[in-house]
Design a protein around this ligand. Structure first.
Ligand SMILES: [Zn+2]
Length: 495
């Protein structure tokens, strides 16, 4: 690759256009209308007698959706069943329904629409969320991007009980999810470890949080042996990004630290991965880093009164003359020695140094996100997030509640110390792979050797990247983790 070409493709990461939600205190009568209602309780003010008769007969025939073409505008009616399900399922149904509505607006090339609803405010907001998130596009590398860009730009919302602030926060969150998706979708040809850190610096400027990037010299000085070992096979330097949001009105005395895996590309190293269904999507191996960076972006931009620090160790994992090999013993930043038996279990090596580094903050809690194991993916697929750890019951409940609310549900695995037997090494303190069973858990137990604080590990190996389309989560990078974290901190701030 020539230098000019490399510079050309390293043009700045640009977000695709984002649909904006706008609060309306009184309903507009002009423009396209979308009525969201339950039972048969739709507002008749927008229709002629004939239209009302038509709508009623459609609803009677059990149609949940009716479109009325009034020539100068479209009026859509969406009936939502709000019974039968629990609140978490209802919200998810609303998001999915919003995503379906996005396709209709897009098919009609509508630029804006007014959403008027008598439903509960949280359902209306979830519907808007699904609609916006379904409108994400990653067109940076498309030469015909102007033509491909979605038409939909603005959704006006009139809903009793839904505040301007809630809509504002939702816009911020949507933007943060888009940023995380952008980062995951960027190929390694643009997003190497240095560029990843640069993007966090940019996000810090935009949202108002502090960013410090440690370069390779500093990483060496700190003796971050895990990061340096993984980086041996790369000609690109590693980075270690420290992001901090510390508002004056923070409600927590000790910070919460987020840690995210930043393997910008994973070949597996000498324990090389096969290409199909494996190495071919390994640009997503920094999904944890994208999640914590995206979350901090939303937290800072929404000015939540919480002191949060995010750490992202980053490198690619490659094959080269000096690459680390199975059998090597490395000394981690903490001083612990690790026998490397598989160079594809690299995430835990770079995370271990970051988790050790986190001790200096005496954190109240550490939440770490990583696309860590195929075992987690095999266990529950993309339906949720595998998590495990040792946190107070109250925190555990708050995390699960947040996960249910945003439908980034948590499947908690056991964290029994007996699993430590399986990562004992013959010649070093521990080894970086366990046996044939419980691979997600032995990975978590490995990381547990480097913490001395309440800690929860989130394995997002499967939900971080979709190989086929899934409603508002779409295909490719999903930005999973951002919504979960924002919800968790938003709830903490309310107390
Ligand atoms: Zn790997």
């Amino acid at each position: 690759m020539t230098k000019a070409f490399r510079n050309f493709i390293r043009s700045n990461l640009r977000n695709s256009m984002q649909i904006t939600l706008k609060h309306l205190s009184s309903p507009r009568k002009d423009g396209h209308i979308l009525l969201l209602f339950k039972n048969e309780d739709f507002s008749s003010t927008y229709f002629t007698k004939e239209e009302i008769a038509f709508i009623k007969s459609e609803l009677k025939a059990d149609k949940k959706f009716v479109a009325v073409n009034q020539y100068n505008r479209m009026v859509y009616l969406q009936q939502m069943e709000t019974e039968k399900k629990n609140s978490s399922q209802r919200l998810e149904m609303a998001r999915k329904s919003g995503a379906t509505q996005f396709s209709r607006l897009q098919a009609g090339k509508l630029e804006q629409i007014t959403l008027i609803s008598t439903l509960a405010p949280d359902l209306v907001l979830a519907y808007g969320e699904g609609l916006v998130l379904a409108g994400y596009q990653f067109l940076k590398y498309r030469t015909g991007k102007k033509k491909e860009e979605h038409a939909v730009k603005t959704i006006f919302i009139h809903s009793k009980g839904l505040t301007e602030k809630e809509i504002h926060q939702q816009n911020i969150l949507n933007e943060a999810v888009f940023k995380a998706r952008d980062l995951v979708n960027e190929p390694q040809s643009f997003l190497n470890a240095t560029e990843f850190a640069k993007q966090f610096t940019l996000m810090g400027k935009q949202a108002g949080f502090k960013v410090q990037v440690l370069n390779k010299a500093k990483i060496k000085q700190l003796k971050m042996g895990g990061i340096l070992a993984v980086n041996l096979g790369s000609i690109q330097a590693p980075t270690f990004t420290i992001m901090e949001w510390k508002p004056k009105n923070a409600i927590n005395k000790k910070p919460v630290v987020l840690v995210g895996k930043g393997v910008v590309y994973d070949t597996g190293g000498m324990s090389l991965k096969p290409t199909p269904n494996s190495m071919d999507f390994m640009k997503c191996d920094m999904g944890g880093g994208a999640a914590v960076g995206g979350a901090l972006y939303a937290i800072a931009k929404a000015k939540l009164p919480v002191h949060v620090i995010a750490l992202v160790p980053a490198t690619d994992n490659r094959v080269d003359g000096d690459a680390y090999v199975p059998g090597d013993v490395i000394t981690m930043m903490s001083g612990k020695t690790v026998e490397v038996l598989n160079t594809d279990a690299e995430g835990r090596l770079i995370l271990a140094d970051a988790l050790h580094y986190a001790k200096r903050y005496k954190p109240e809690l550490v939440l770490e996100f990583s696309t860590l194991t195929g075992a987690a993916a095999a266990a529950i697929g993309p339906m949720g997030i595998v998590c495990m750890g040792d946190v107070p019951d109250k925190t555990r409940k708050e995390l699960h509640d947040a996960g249910n609310h945003v439908y980034e549900r948590l499947a908690e695995f056991p964290f029994w110390e007996e699993y430590d037997e399986w990562i004992k090494s013959d010649i070093a303190d521990i080894k970086n792979v366990g046996g044939a069973y419980a691979g997600a858990i032995t990975a978590g137990r490995f990381l547990n050797h480097f913490v001395d604080y309440p800690y929860m590990h989130f394995d997002i190996a499967s939900p971080a990247f979709n190989k086929s389309n899934d409603s508002y989560r779409l295909k490719n990078g999903t930005g999973v983790g951002v919504r979960l974290l924002f919800e968790y901190f938003k709830n903490l701030s309310r107390k």
